[in-house]
Design a protein around this ligand. Structure first.
Ligand code: GAR
Length: 218
């Protein structure tokens, strides 16, 4: 099987990166993690990637300051050098220029810990708790110039309870993230998703018959 060459971009602990690396280790997974790039030298995820035998690269973004295009030039050169076909953002906390996102449109995924379009941006867990939603979750989407927006590839939902804190909610959502991100990458790498306008469609898909209702009162 020809595997698509994927780069994962991280800034921190890299748990989604680890989930993708683990899934991609399977012989029948349609993509290989060819490179992990961090914009921070001290990102914990770098050690995890190295421990898994994945190539890592640090491109510090700080020296570039507001010069996003300058940072992206170096980034693009690294992606070209490694023959990268698809990008997965995994907690990559730096905004791109509109041009970079357009160049990678349809080939770059992000994951965000809310049911987008609700609660984009910073502190989505706090936003969800303050809004009092009873369900939240995670979203894998194609990257567009707007932050935490773009055609949605896959979502997973979890209940939110009265006793949840940002920590307990983020822990529950993280499990969903680790489940849906590899699945979404699998769909993209096998050409099963297509973008129609603002909407992503999936070949051979059917909606799940499961309901998730919250709260449950006994
Ligand atoms: C994840 O929860 C991811 O969804 C979120 O950052 C965390 C990174 O964790 N991303 C965003 O908020 C994007 N706006 P990880 O480094 O352990 O994968």
């Amino acid at each position: 099987m020809i595997k698509r060459r994927v780069a994962i971009l991280i800034s921190g602990r890299g748990s989604n990166m680890a989930a993708l690396i683990k899934a991609a280790a399977a012989a029948d997974f349609p993509a290989e993690i060819s490179l992990v790039i961090s914009n921070k030298a001290d990102a914990l995820g770098l050690e995890r990637a190295k421990a898994s035998g994945v190539n890592t690269l640090v491109i510090e973004s700080k020296p570039f300051g507001k010069d996003r295009a300058g940072f992206e030039k170096v980034l693009q050169a690294a992606l070209d050098q490694h023959g990268i076909e698809l990008i997965c953002l995994g907690g990559f906390m730096r905004l791109f220029t509109a041009e970079f996102t357009r160049n990678w449109y349809g080939r770059m995924l992000n994951i965000h810990p809310s049911l987008l379009p609700s609660f984009p941006g910073l502190d989505p867990h706090g936003q969800a708790l303050r809004a009092g939603v009873k369900l939240s979750g995670a979203t894998v989407h194609f990257v567009i110039p707007e932050t935490d927006a773009g055609p949605i590839v896959m979502q997973g939902a979890v209940p939110v309870g009265d006793h949840d804190t940002g920590d307990t909610l983020s822990e529950r959502i993280l499990e969903v993230e680790h489940r849906i991100y590899p699945e979404a990458l699998r769909l993209l790498a096998t050409g099963k998703v297509r973008i129609e306008g603002d909407v992503c469609r999936t070949a051979g898909s059917a909606a799940s018959e499961n309901f998730l209702v919250a709260p449950v009162v006994n």
